[in-house]
Design a protein around this ligand. Structure first.
Ligand SMILES: C[S@@+](CC[C@H](N)C(=O)[O-])C[C@H]1O[C@@H](n2cnc3c(N)ncnc32)[C@H](O)[C@@H]1O
Length: 447
């Protein structure tokens, strides 16, 4: 049986044959050669008669065959196990036949582009990381600057710096206003730690070898269910942070940056006037609680976290003008949760842990809450079936939880089940428009 390509709906995120570095695209590679020239990159000319050479262009020999494999010269494909419908005949096809089939039915350019884009994703992330480490955006500043000047300021080589700046331009972080002269875009400005809304700690943490090494073992985690991080480091993620205060501060900073959007949306999406004291369990640097207290002056607050988790909280609460209404309590939510609040807020906590451990945290909340108390879980809520239109990066976050901490993203039914096991009942699930993919899952204490 000859492998059949099924016609599929193009993926909503497929945008033609345009990866981060669109090197080639049908019907000819001339356009991409021009684009590559403009970007200072040299393309090797593909040799059509040499199957197996690394060229991503489907029309050039050596691209993926119709069965998704790379066909190599001299390699013959024998299938000696007949299927029932083939009876006892032996199917043998050689390289030429496969190449012919490939030429007759090239994969859609959008499909190739999507694969290239995904495969290049790690390179785009490392481009961000290098830009941050070289302080490129800070060095360019508010005005346009020549690559040679940026290189001198960064103690770097001019030609490689030009190439970095051009790659950043291709990624939308810079604009090249004249050959070799660059300015920062509004997206790129988020790589300047001095600008409001910067995401520098976030970029640092999510491109950190500590996290990425676990991703290299994703297949092992899928096979075994094991947490790759724990196998690599001999301790769990939060234990590792405890032993590395500098990384821990970067992590707290990254979480503080990531939660800003939710901190501006959540206070207006939920009726906080029903409560008098909000405790943010695992509240980290206090950014989220600052948003809630800032919008609701009658509320008082508590940030409950480990000592290392709270290290940056005093500064955040002070800067946000809510320190006088907010206290800090250090502790372990697996052991207990302090009494005194009628609302327990938990953002990006439940997804860090496997079911049994979540139930322990929720039971500790349940034990500390008064009658009428509520728990507000802020997490993505997965649909029962993946919706590619709205999925965004949630399923990558889910895999990140698998390899790094052993947690997971969950559906509404799964949140309901966990709450039920802890003596809580989910009363509402509110999508946080403006802070997608987050939802506020509210649960009441079972009386
Ligand atoms: C993913 S971060 C979320 C931080 C914050 N809620 C946010 O969304 O920005 C998880 C938080 O849980 C805290 N944490 C981890 N283990 C804990 C424990 N056993 N007891 C209390 N807090 C803990 C961490 O220190 C960290 O601040």
């Amino acid at each position: 049986m000859v492998p059949v390509h099924r016609a599929t709906r193009p993926h909503p995120q497929a945008r033609g044959h345009a990866g981060p570095f669109p090197l080639c695209g049908p019907p000819s590679d001339r356009g991409c050669r021009r684009r590559a020239d403009r970007a200072g990159l040299r393309l090797r000319r593909p040799v059509p008669s040499a199957p197996g050479r690394a060229c991503l262009h489907r029309r050039h020999a050596g691209g993926p065959g119709t069965d998704g494999e790379f066909h190599r010269p001299g390699r013959r494909h024998h299938r000696t196990k007949p299927t029932a419908s083939e009876g006892n005949s032996t199917v043998t096809h050689n390289e030429d036949q496969a190449a012919g089939a490939a030429a007759a039915a090239p994969a859609p350019a959008a499909d190739i582009g999507r694969i290239v884009q995904i495969a290049f994703g790690g390179m785009a992330a490392q481009t961000l990381r290098a830009a941050l480490r070289l302080r490129v955006v800070e060095l360019i500043g508010d005005k346009e600057k020549d690559a040679a000047d940026v290189a001198a300021l960064a103690s770097a080589q001019p030609q490689p710096m030009t190439r970095l700046l051009r790659a950043m331009t291709a990624l939308g972080l810079l604009e090249e206003r004249a050959p070799g002269t660059f300015a920062v875009t509004s997206t790129g400005a988020l790589l300047d730690p001095g600008r409001p809304g910067a995401l520098t700690s976030f970029v640092r943490m999510f491109t950190e070898p500590m996290m990425l090494r676990s991703w290299e073992q994703l297949d092992d985690s899928v096979r075994t269910g094991d947490i790759a991080f724990d196998k690599i480091h001999g301790t769990d993620f939060f234990g590792h942070l405890k032993d590395n205060p500098e990384l821990s501060a970067a992590f707290n900073g990254a979480m503080g940056e990531a939660v800003r959007q939710t901190a501006s949306v959540l206070p207006h999406a939920v009726d906080f006037s029903r409560f008098s004291t909000v405790m943010d369990i695992g509240g980290g640097d206090g950014t989220l609680l600052s948003g809630v207290l800032g919008a609701h002056p009658a509320l008082t607050g508590v940030v409950y976290d480990t000592e290392e988790g709270l290290a940056q909280a005093p500064g955040t609460l002070r800067r946000n003008g809510v320190a006088d209404r907010c206290s800090l309590v250090a502790g372990d939510f697996f052991r207990s949760v302090p009494e005194g609040a009628d609302l327990h807020l938990m953002k990006s906590i439940v997804h860090d842990w496997p079911d049994e451990r979540v139930v322990t945290i929720l039971r500790n909340c349940r034990a500390a809450l008064p009658s009428g108390g509520r728990v507000l879980i802020v997490e993505p809520v997965l649909p029962e079936v993946v919706d590619p239109e709205t999925a965004g990066l949630t399923y990558l976050s889910d895999l990140n939880m698998l390899v790094n901490v052993g947690g997971r993203e969950r559906t509404r039914a799964e949140f309901e089940d966990l709450c039920h096991r802890a003596g809580l009942t989910v009363t509402s699930v509110t999508p946080l428009a403006g802070a997608r993919p987050f939802h506020a899952v509210e649960a009441a204490v079972d009386e």
